[in-house]
Design a protein. Structure first.
Length: 62
């Protein structure tokens, strides 16, 4: 369940940041890069900050 939320949040952040880069300022692409780097980092280290946040918000056990 949490993995689906993480994917949805990452996808939403990416879409929003691309639209902001297109219509507001290209520096929003740094946010897109940040999201991608965090996804890569979590695949290597098997640790995800968003997962920890969602576990606390949703009060889900490991």
């Amino acid at each position: 369940m949490i993995n689906r939320y993480i994917r949805a949040i990452a996808g939403l952040f990416t879409i929003i940041s691309v639209f902001l880069a297109m219509y507001v300022d290209q520096r929003w692409l740094w946010f897109t890069l940040f999201v991608g780097a965090n996804l890569l980092q979590s695949s290597i280290t098997k640790w995800c900050l968003m997962e920890d946040i969602l576990r606390k918000v949703l009060k889900v056990k490991n």
